[in-house]
Design a protein around this ligand. Structure first.
Ligand SMILES: Nc1ncnc2c1ncn2[C@@H]1O[C@H](COP(=O)(O)OP(=O)(O)OP(=O)(O)O)[C@@H](O)[C@H]1O
Length: 413
């Protein structure tokens, strides 16, 4: 078993109860995750109340994205537990840190594609799309994603996460690189969604001060949660005016505690060797086929093919050309192919097959079999060059219609 790095356990300012609150939208208990030999999440506990914005803060590389990926089921925990209030994938809207959109699709086509995935009707997609376009100040519907800026693409990605009106929104750095006014309008939208529509939002951000608008803040460092409290509680308990300052103090306290008491990190209660022993994903999906997804994929492929006419023509006409070439090349008799035949069977005194003989059956001693074969070959398109055995030597030369000479070697007796 790999020893996990020694870190102080999380000091939850607000609550350390193991039993989740009944209204919690997400509960994570004793979460462990490692990549290779490196532990990324270490005994992480986190509780996200329903109907609130939960700001997950922490320095780059502390494991925020890994945690969110485990919550949405993209990654599996090595041990521990994640419980979600929602049971279906459509209860979650996830905006990943890296943009996972098709750059060739237009904004409208992107909405249609993701709308179909979540079984939305065309009318709902149209109405929700227009609302989100307005709210998030998106550019023209007809522009494709590779024609708009990175910030605009992030807003399209946010709109896609919100399109199906999920109960839980998981947003990985939605405001990075955005105009402060647009960032502020996004925060206002999120506040409205939580206070008026009872949605829950988990948001990660590098801008610690903007997270002040969350109702709950989780401070993460090196794979553990240092603190989980409301912004006011954090500021009061640390006696600070700014969250940055409070975060710094909490980190310093953690380092001091680790150094003075050498607090060992709690080891995982269970370690697993086989994939089948891994904790179950938070959302179970037992469906083999979803019509909405199928429709979305077909639709997306049609959009992409429409964008690339030469490729589409190639895809349609290549099988056509292949079929014609196959039919021309295979299954025909070769034309103008000179075929020489050395007939060792005595056929007649003149050494040639007589047409008269073909009237009799060869079993009655009438037509030699070789003559029948030759008759059939003459019906074909070969140019036959015949030579019959007349015992006059070991070689014989003959010519075809074009005047080419052929030499047959007689079989030695
Ligand atoms: N697929 C992977 N294989 C190996 N290591 C990985 C993998 N993905 C992430 N890591 C490592 O896990 C650690 C945590 O990464 P993660 O993306 O969760 O951090 P983060 O807190 O979201 O950082 P940021 O704020 O910069 O996005 C990093 O050290 C990263 O190098």
């Amino acid at each position: 078993m790999t020893a996990l790095v020694d870190e102080a356990p999380a000091q939850n300012l607000q609550q350390t109860a193991v039993v989740p609150r009944p209204s919690s939208a997400v509960v994570v208990r004793s979460a462990y995750k490692q990549y290779g030999q490196t532990a990324i999440l270490k005994d992480l506990n986190l509780t996200i109340p329903t109907g609130k914005i939960y700001g997950l803060l922490g320095p780059s590389g502390c494991g925020k994205t890994t945690l969110l990926s485990c919550i949405v089921g993209r990654l599996h925990l090595d041990s521990g537990e994640i419980k979600l209030k929602g049971k279906h994938i459509s209860d979650i809207g996830y905006m990943p840190q890296e943009l996972a959109l098709h750059n060739e699709l237009s904004i409208k086509e992107t909405f249609t594609y993701y709308g179909y995935i979540f079984n939305l009707s065309n009318d709902v997609i149209e109405t929700r799309g227009r609302e989100l376009k307005e709210l998030l100040k998106l550019p023209s519907y007809s522009l494709s994603l590779n024609e708009i800026s990175g910030g605009q693409q992030r807003r399209v990605s946010l709109a896609v996460a919100m399109l199906h009106d999920p109960k839980l929104l998981i947003l990985d750095e939605p405001t990075v690189g955005l105009d402060p006014l647009i960032s502020q309008s996004i925060w206002e939208l999120l506040l409205d969604l939580t206070s008026n529509e009872g949605k829950t939002v988990i948001i990660t951000t590098h801008y610690i001060e903007e997270a002040k608008q969350s109702q709950m803040i989780g401070l993460m460092r090196k794979g553990t949660l240092l603190s989980e409290a409301s912004p006011t509680e954090l500021l009061t308990s640390c006696n600070c005016s700014y969250l940055e300052e409070a975060f710094l103090k909490i980190c310093q306290n953690q380092v001091a505690e680790t150094n003075s008491f050498k607090i060992p990190v709690k080891q995982p209660t269970r370690r697993f060797s086989y994939a089948r022993d891994l904790p179950p994903p938070p959302l179970l999906n037992n469906t083999l086929f979803t019509f909405g997804r199928f429709k979305a994929q077909v639709c997306k492929n049609i959009y992409l093919l429409r964008r690339n006419i030469p490729f589409t023509l190639f895809v349609i006409f290549l099988p056509l050309i292949q079929t014609v070439l196959f039919n021309v090349a295979c299954g025909h008799d070769p034309k103008h192919l000179t075929l020489g035949i050395l007939n060792d069977e005595p056929v007649s005194q003149t050494g040639t097959c007589s047409l008269m003989q073909t009237k009799n059956c060869f079993l009655d001693g009438g037509v030699p079999v070789s003559c029948l074969v030759l008759e059939r070959l003459k019906e074909k398109t070969f140019e036959l060059v015949e030579y019959s055995n007349s015992d006059d030597g070991q070689y014989a030369v003959s010519e075809n219609k074009s005047g080419d000479s052929f030499m047959f070697r007689k079989k030695l007796q």
